[in-house]
Design a protein around this ligand. Sequence first.
Ligand code: SF4
Ligand code: SF4
Ligand code: SF4
Length: 584
Amino acid sequence: MITLTIDGQEVSVPEGTTVLQAAEKLHMKIPTLCYLSLEQIHYKNQVASCRVCVVEVEGRRNLAPACATPVVPGMKVITNSKRVLSARRKNLELIISNHPFTCLTCLKSTECELQTMAWEYDVQVKYPNGERMRHKKDHSSAALFRDPDKCIMCRRCETMCNEVQTVGALTAFGRGFATIVAPAEKNEIVDSPCVYCGQCVSVCPTGALIGHSYVNQTWSALFDKTKKVVVQVAPAVRVALGEEFGYPAGEIVTGKMAAGLRRLGFDAVFDTTFGADLTIIEEGTEIIERVTKNENLPILTSCCPGWINFIRYYYPSLEWMPSTTKSPQQMTGAIIKSYYAEKMGWDPKDIVVVSVMPCIAKKYEASLPNQEVNGIRDVDYSITTRELAKMLKEGSIDLRYIPEEDFDSPLGESTGAGIIFGSAGGVLEAALRTVYEKVTGETLENVDFVALRGIDGAHEATIDLGEKQIRVAAVSGLGNARQILDKVVSGEEKYDVIEIMACPGGCINGGGQPYAKERDKVLKARMEAIYQIDKTDTLRKSHENPEIIALYDTFLGEPGGHKAHDLLHVKNFDESVMGEWEHD
Ligand code: SF4
Ligand code: SF4
Ligand code: SF4
């Protein structure tokens, strides 16, 4: 342990700790725009580029960046001297003098870390007459919007994309003032290997990287009296939406959310968790077939479009590995426009399906040419948790003051198994609850596969299916996915079933979730809330969902049958999609 003082207060920390981390131990928050640490996923951005965290260290002539200065015994640090505050203000002024003054219309306004810090440090910048960045805005993708003029070169996105996700879509180009973080050759994002996981959006401190918003299109649909507008909400949204209304992280706002959506004017409010249960029936059928025949193993889950994009780009030869089931978002959309439309006597062409997702990649998925049935799109617009909060606020709806309501029927009933899709390991756990009972014919008494749960990296287990044992793994974060796939390809490891989610920790940490200041704590709280809902649900196995049973009995026929295939399965490596992913 090393003992030092910060602003006269003594603190002891392990060797290797930085001044910034030591200050956190004293509950002192040294400002920074570039540093970011997510302990649970072992991620750290420590490039010391913003120079806002500078501090004085006794005996040193120059100010030191707290994020990159390791503690030494007897060190005396001052964080709030006149010299420090003036240097921080000057550095902020320099950053802001090269920033577009568009805060009023910026999609990140009120949540921008640069904006908040400028206010906290009372930064006064006269409109600069000097040279400023002027780069083309990048509207090229259906999921991600880039405004390079708002980039402050903190490099968080680069670390996230290259080191955590191992995608390598963003990197710094140029020298000095002309430096820009962009896809290779300053191409548009659509021409890069970006898989739209949205993790860069979650960590970008400014509005330089933002999810493509479909709020205006959703309002237009709601105001169009010729349309029936149906909404579906993903499991992870209900444990995060409350944060936008002042609730603590992990507050479960399911009923209030359903009520708020109804007040916005949606004709029906459905739960994507129903689609998650449906995914388990279809995917479970595939798992049982491949596992019992001992063929085409391992089978990989297919409900995360960020992950599916990753395998399309980096492992196209493994085309046969993922399940062919659509994601819960797309399944729910397809069932709304077929089964529900038929029940209601509505023409599917007049239905607009809006999905509320924790995810940026789902925007891309909804736009894909292969995600439609008979020329009718499964999902028309996908908005994020953040975008829903914005719509509710625009519509004068404060979740804190509205009574809870239920989802509509028949796509509103769900089980705990569907809910846990929201957290890493949940899809596999949900599948195992069904697969176990179908294969063994026995009741699964303990449904909690706790070994597969967790925000960090990879989890694996061996599951006894009566006469057969299977080896399974749940992996989140694309860097972890790459590691496990490389081992599978080389033959170093053998698995029967693997769940992969692009976002570290799964959808609770999706790129469309509310921005979190204390990310480690927030993710933990959201995850606990997901398992709390599951634990208290009266139904915890997807195949026990009565509305799913009725759907097969009255409409779909057999799981994995003809009709189910037409509506609920997709060729993920279809030519219409693969064009975009081909590379030299
Ligand atoms: S969305 Fe994901 S893959 Fe695309 S640039 Fe951001 S971090 Fe990289
Ligand atoms: S795009 Fe955002 S996260 Fe990336 S370097 Fe620029 S400001 Fe930082
Ligand atoms: S893990 Fe969830 S939020 Fe992240 S890309 Fe996949 S589906 Fe979207």
